[in-house]
Structures are given as structure tokens and as C-alpha cells.
Design a protein around this ligand. Structure first.
Ligand code: HEC
Ligand code: HEC
Length: 440
């Protein structure tokens, strides 16, 4: 029986082009080894509030190692935070949840509305250019990887890192680079990697972005039971996980959107926005304007395209290591992995039953309207598969355990927190979150 299950799952994986070897392709696709010295500078910068013009936030404020580089909150808290990353983080909310940056090196499009795009659908190649929203457009296309281009954007985002700094996006980037360049320790670290800096040239944002991207290349965690199974170790998955995988790629249709082949780089996403009908959570202390007549909606992709037909569309989320997330969906509406999956199987019922009780107090205000959202559901979500309780349990076991790389556990990543950063600014306080592990 097990042999038949193995054969069937292997056939699904082969048909979809899943090899279980994507992690090993990183350096080949970079065309060079990861540079440990550059990655180390990137690690320091990632944790250093020097990149925030308000000096109070860093990349790690919203992508915390203690929560597997996810957001520690359902909706991100940026400038004006209390220096804590974890359940105790306080401050005014932005609009969406920060996704994990683990494995982002392989994402061909970034963000919940896929607005940062590698035009050739290959993040490792810029020959067809990168498309970003204004003010950048095609201007970041000379950067070597989509993540290096992405690193140019949080530092000019007034809600995330820049605050009310007086100046244009060009001024903001120049000021961030100037502050880094003024720190001797960073200068000498960069001089060790870039000849022009050792020759006396100032540190530029290109250098900073390259270092951050290099650090992110070290954050690939894509060796889960499903990968080991695909490489021939059929004992790597439990029977329940295998049955769940069969459902995932088969009758439950998860694999129609959470795809693995070609440009998806085995990341379980088509990187396309769809309407899933997630409850519209609205902060009572928001600093970012929401959409709609009641200013209580997130129009998703429509914000980028201006097309009403794109309203409420959000990117299919990659699913690796989902068990380690404190919250799910673009606004963290669900804090249990099982609720996020169950939502797909009965969106209207999930919305009716939804309460904000498990969210932080300032996200417990009234929800945005849901009738217009449910009226636009993707057809798969409108006509969901019927699963028995046992089948649901198998599907959950697959997503929770079969896609999890143990090296993505918070305990394994916490050691990346530096004791101090070159600017001398305080490193955030990373508090453990007992909810992780996908058990609820
Ligand atoms: C205020 C919180 C905040 C800070 C600070 C922040 N981010 Fe993010 N990050 C987010 C949010 C929120 C998103 C998703 C936004 C959206 O889709 O609209 C995101 C998205 C991303 C993504 C895309 C991930 C994906 O799955 O598409 C990457 C990569 C990323 N951030 C890296 C960084 C880096 C590097 C820094 C520091 C230079 C940084 N972030 C600083 C909140 C933050
Ligand atoms: C129509 C395409 C589609 C199908 C089919 C689909 N999903 Fe999704 N899934 C999405 C989208 C889109 C999101 C993000 C929606 C949002 O945040 O608003 C998502 C989010 C998720 C999340 C939350 C991930 C996170 O990090 O927040 C999980 C878990 C998930 N899907 C699992 C599944 C499973 C299991 C199935 C099969 C029962 C499935 N999906 C079928 C499109 C799909």
C-alpha cells in the first residue's frame, strides 16, 4: 500500500517538475559562490537601525529571526515602535503583514500584490529588467538580483523606516548611505569587499543593497521532508503527509495556485494575485491610508494597476516553513495554520465565523465590508473540494510538517542576532513567541 502511495506521489512530483534540489541550485544560478564577508556585512545592516532615517527600526524589526524572519505581528509596525520584536511589539500599524524572507532568493516577484517583478520571471537575471512601482519603475534594473533591487525600497518607505524625513526618495537614499559611510567599522568592512571603497570611494546604497541581498542568499531553507522524498528518501515523509501531498496536488487543487514547476522554483506559488476572500482587518491605530468609501479596505493589486477587476487580489503565498509563522494571509487575519487552510475550503463560512479575538487589541476594531470581496472569489475558492476530517488532517500534516525545514525553526535562526551593530544603536529585543509550530 505504502509503495503505491509512494509511486503515486512521485508521479505527481515528476509531472510537476519538483526535484527537491532547488536549494543546491543557488550558487549555480548566482554564477558564483555566496561571499561570506559580504553576507556578514548584510547581516549587521539587516539588524542595524542605522538604515532607518528615524533610527528606530531595522529590517529585523519586521522580519524577525525569532519568528523565522516573518512579521511578529499580524500587520507590520514600522516607525514609532517600542524596540521589541515579538508578541510585545507596540506602535502604529502599517497595512499588511511582512512575509518571511527565508527562500525569497527564489521568488520571481515580490510583495503581496507581486508589484516588484523580475520581467524574465527569474530573480537571478536582470537582462530583461526589473519592474517596480513609482518612483523607481525600471530604474533598479541594473542591480544583479531582484533582492538587491528590493533592498532599495524599505529605506524610502515613510511608514516602514523613513518617517517624516524632509526630502525626496533620492535624498533619503543618499542620507542612508551617508550615515553608513560615516561609520568607520562599516567603511572598513566594505573596503574588504569592494576595491572602489578601499580606494576611497564612499559607500553607496548599491553596496548596502548588495550586502543585504547576500545575507538573504544565506537564508535559503528549502530542505523539507517533501524535498528528501523527491530525492528518493521515501521514509522522509509520514503516511499522513504523503496522503496530504496527494490531496494537495490532486483533488484538493491546492497545487493549481501553489505551483512548484518552472519559474516557481519549487516554492509553492504561482506568484499571481487572486481573490481568496480574507476578512478585511483594519487597525484602529493605522498610519497608512486604507482604500474604499469607508477607508476600511485593502484593494490589493488594484492599488498598482488602477483596474477595478484587480480589486482584493493578493499573491498566492509560498508555503515553505509556514508552520513557523505567527500569522497567515496578507493581513495576518488568521493566527492558526489550520484556519488559513480551512478558509480555502469554505470562504463564506470562514468569513461568517471570523472574529478578531485572537488578534492584538488595536486590530480588533470593526472589519471592512465582506460582501463585495466574496462576490469576486476565485472560481476554485467558490467551488471548493469537499474533504473529510481525516483528509483535512492529512492535508494539514503535509503543509505543516512536510514543507518544513528544521533549520527554519526560530531556535535555529535566533543565533543570527548580533550582540551589537556598528552604528552603536540598540539592537531590537527579540522575544520568543510560544504560538509558533502550527499546533493550533
Ligand atoms: C515596517 C516593517 C518592515 C520593515 C522595516 C521592512 N520590511 Fe520588508 N516587508 C514588509 C511588508 C509589510 C512587506 C509586504 C508588503 C506588501 O506586500 O505590500 C515586506 C516585504 C518584503 C520582501 C518581499 C517578500 C516576499 O515574499 O515577497 C522582502 C524581500 C523584504 N520585505 C525585505 C526587507 C528588507 C531587506 C528590509 C530592510 C532594508 C525590510 N524588508 C524592511 C515590512 C517591512
Ligand atoms: C485560487 C488559488 C489558490 C488555491 C487553489 C489555493 N490557494 Fe492557498 N492561497 C492563495 C492566495 C491568493 C493566498 C493569499 C491570500 C491573501 O493573503 O489574501 C493563499 C494563502 C494560503 C495560505 C497562507 C499562507 C501565508 O503565509 O499566509 C496557506 C496555508 C494556503 N494558502 C494553503 C492552501 C492549501 C492547503 C490549498 C488547497 C486546499 C490552497 N492553499 C489552495 C491562493 C490559493
Amino acid at each position: 500500500m505504502e509503495a503505491a502511495l509512494d509511486a503515486d506521489l512521485s508521479a505527481h512530483l515528476t509531472e510537476r517538475g519538483f526535484t527537491g534540489r532547488v536549494e543546491a541550485t543557488l550558487e549555480e544560478r548566482l554564477g558564483r559562490p555566496v561571499d561570506p564577508r559580504l553576507a556578514e556585512i548584510g547581516r549587521l545592516l539587516f539588524f542595524d537601525p542605522v538604515l532607518s532615517l528615524t533610527r528606530d527600526n531595522s529590517c529585523s524589526g519586521c522580519h524577525g529571526p525569532n519568528v523565522s524572519f516573518n512579521d511578529s505581528r499580524s500587520i507590520a509596525i514600522g516607525v514609532g515602535n517600542n524596540g521589541v520584536v515579538g508578541p510585545g511589539r507596540r506602535g502604529p500599524h502599517n497595512q499588511r503583514r511582512a512575509p518571511s524572507i527565508l527562500n525569497a532568493a527564489f521568488f520571481p516577484r515580490l510583495m503581496w500584490d507581486s508589484r516588484f517583478i523580475a520581467n524574465g520571471l527569474d530573480p537571478f537575471r536582470n537582462d530583461r529588467g526589473f519592474t517596480f512601482p513609482p518612483p523607481d519603475g525600471a530604474a533598479l534594473s541594473q542591480l544583479p538580483h531582484l533582492l538587491a533591487a528590493q533592498a532599495f525600497t524599505p529605506v524610502i518607505n515613510r511608514h516602514e523606516m523613513a518617517g517624516s524625513f524632509n526630502g525626496s526618495h533620492v535624498d533619503m537614499r543618499a542620507e542612508v548611505a551617508r550615515r553608513v559611510d560615516a561609520i568607520d567599522e562599516y567603511r572598513s568592512l566594505f573596503a574588504g569587499v569592494f576595491g572602489e571603497v578601499s580606494d576611497g570611494a564612499p559607500v553607496r546604497l548599491e553596496h548596502i543593497a548588495a550586502a543585504i541581498a547576500e545575507f538573504e542568499f544565506t537564508l535559503v531553507r528549502a530542505d523539507a521532508p517533501i524535498d528528501r522524498f523527491a530525492r528518493g528518501d521515501h521514509g522522509a515523509m509520514t503516511t499522513a503527509q504523503k496522503r496530504g501531498a496527494q490531496l494537495f496536488f490532486g483533488r484538493a487543487k491546492c497545487g493549481e495556485c501553489h505551483i512548484v514547476g518552472r519559474f516557481a522554483n519549487e516554492m509553492f506559488s504561482d506568484f499571481e494575485p487572486h481573490v481568496l476572500g480574507v476578512p478585511q482587518v483594519v487597525p484602529t491605530d493605522g498610519i497608512q491610508p486604507f482604500d474604499g468609501p469607508g477607508a476600511d479596505e485593502d484593494y490589493g493589486l488594484e492599488q498598482q494597476t488602477g483596474r477595478e477587476s484587480d480589486r482584493y487580489k493578493f499573491r498566492t503565498q509560498p508555503l515553505r516553513n509556514a508552520a513557523y509563522q505567527p500569522a497567515y494571509m496578507h493581513n495576518g487575519a488568521f493566527v492558526c495554520l489550520s484556519d488559513a487552510i480551512r478558509h480555502h475550503l469554505d470562504a463564506a463560512g470562514s468569513v461568517r465565523a471570523f472574529t478578531t479575538d485572537r488578534l492584538e487589541p488595536t486590530l480588533r476594531g470593526s472589519l471592512g465590508p465582506m460582501e463585495p470581496v466574496l462576490a469576486r472569489l476565485h472560481e476554485f475558492i467558490r467551488n471548493p473540494p469537499q474533504l473529510s476530517d481525516e483528509e483535512f488532517g492529512d492535508l494539514l500534516a503535509f503543509v505543516r510538517d512536510g514543507l518544513t525545514d528544521p533549520r527554519a525553526a526560530p531556535q535555529a535562526l535566533q543565533q543570527l542576532v548580533p550582540l551589537r551593530v556598528p552604528s552603536g544603536l540598540p539592537v531590537h529585543r527579540f522575544e520568543p513567541d510560544a504560538r509558533l509550530g502550527g499546533q493550533c
